[in-house]
Ligand binder design. Structure first.
Ligand SMILES: Nc1ncnc2c1ncn2[C@@H]1O[C@H](COP(=O)(O)OP(=O)(O)OP(=O)(O)O)[C@@H](O)[C@H]1O
Ligand SMILES: Cc1ncc(C[n+]2csc(CCOP(=O)(O)O)c2C)c(N)n1
Ligand SMILES: [Mg+2]
Length: 345
């Protein structure tokens, strides 16, 4: 397709557009009984339990199209939802995708967005089984619902951590927030002086963390292969400190977290220093890492030491102990939720 082609959505109409966007996608899961094209889809998880989650992505709140390629946005919209399914220790099987957009969007633009959606679906073995398409006066609005399956009662909640359990985080944290800080800085520079080209040299890692997060399917597979069932789990969307407080509150426990144990990527640490930010604050309060945070029984410690993708950052305590953070210097502070909150600017 030529770069300059612009097909108006009105030339296809709503139904023509839906047909255009979905016609080449085949379903792969046995659980997908009926897909796009009827009043509703039908799924059958054959005796397993069904897990369901939904998340909205709103232009200007969750993403900025000035620096977010549509293909990446499609991919990320799926990933943030799959991340919630994995956070239940479940396997995603289907998604629905609903979109609303203004006439500033062309058929080619939506094609790009759907390319990203399909790449994410293929990577995670998920079927797109429906959605809704509408127009919006201003801004691009995306709502994705993800459905998954889990063996009966094998899902992992936020509220079931026990005193003494180890608190673990997958991958590394803080990178996406630094990617966002970089993109917002470059955007500001560009708006002030459009002749200046963005300087993203050497920053691929943090930009990648923001624009193409990976839902941690591998961690759930590692649990299954090693007979590990976390005692509680959630994904890191709003920031580690905010998520730890959710686990503690819902499990009626306190915790001790150690600064020196926080997994921070070298590229993120370097970027933080460049921007005059504290990497620890970015790791605790930056959002959108889409890593998993979970608790494990202490006897499972040996099983995870060999997995370099899992860091133990602390342990659960009695509720009376409170939620505490110990700095590298040995000082102890109460943990406060300074993570992302859509209603606090
Ligand atoms: N408008 C709503 N109506 C009903 N339930 C809601 C609504 N908004 C959120 N919830 C429910 O509240 C709970 C917490 O939702 P929340 O969005 O905070 O978590 P999350 O989706 O894991 O986080 P994030 O949105 O940051 O990824 C979930 O059970 C969710 O289904
Ligand atoms: C333009 C722009 N503004 C802000 C952010 C940061 N941000 C968006 S969503 C989110 C956490 C999860 O949100 P939710 O809880 O709503 O799912 C964070 C930290 C961004 N990426 N782009
Ligand atoms: Mg949510």
């Amino acid at each position: 397709m030529s770069e300059n082609t612009r097909t108006e959505i009105s030339s296809l109409g709503e139904f023509g557009l839906i047909e255009h966007l979905t016609k080449n996608f085949e379903t792969h899961n046995a659980s997908t009984v009926l897909s796009v094209g009827d009043d509703a889809a039908v799924i059958d998880h054959f005796g397993k339990q069904t897990v369901i989650t939904t998340d909205l992505l709103i232009e200007g709140i969750h993403f900025d199209l000035m620096y977010t390629p549509l293909k990446h946005l499609g991919y990320k919209s799926v990933m943030v939802n799959l991340s919630d399914i994995y956070a239940m220790n479940a396997t995603p099987t289907q998604i629905t995708v609903s979109v609303a957009f203004s006439n500033r969007f062309s058929v080619e633009a939506l094609d790009e967005f759907y390319e990203g959606i399909y790449v994410a679906c293929e990577k995670h073995g998920v079927d797109l089984i429906g959605g809704d398409t509408s127009s919006s006066q201003k801004g691009f609005i995306i709502s994705v619902t993800a459905i998954g399956e889990v063996a009966p009662d094998k899902f992992v909640k936020r509220s079931t951590a026990q005193k003494g359990d180890l608190i673990c985080v997958s991958g590394d944290v803080g990178g996406a927030f630094l990617g966002l800080t970089l993109m917002e800085r470059e955007k500001r520079i560009y708006l002030e002086n459009p002749q200046i080209q963005p300087d993203l040299e050497g920053e691929d890692y943090i930009v990648g963390r923001l624009l193409k997060p990976e839902a941690r399917k591998d961690i759930i597979e590692f649990f299954a292969a090693n007979d590990i069932v976390p005692t509680s789990m959630m994904d890191v969307s709003d920031g580690v400190s905010s998520e730890i407080l959710h686990l503690c509150r819902q499990s009626n426990l306190g915790c001790n977290i150690y600064e020196e144990k926080l997994p921070i990527h070298d590229a993120a640490r370097k970027a933080a220093f460049k921007f005059g930010l504290d990497p620890t604050v970015c790791a605790l309060s930056g959002g959108e890492d889409y890593e998993l945070i979970f608790t494990l029984k202490q006897e499972d410690y040996d099983k995870i030491t060999l997995n370099e993708e899992i860091a133990v950052i602390g342990y659960m305590t009695d509720i009376e102990e409170g939620c505490k953070f110990q700095t590298k210097g040995g000082n102890t502070h109460p943990i406060t939720a300074q993570g992302w909150n859509a209603f606090v600017k």
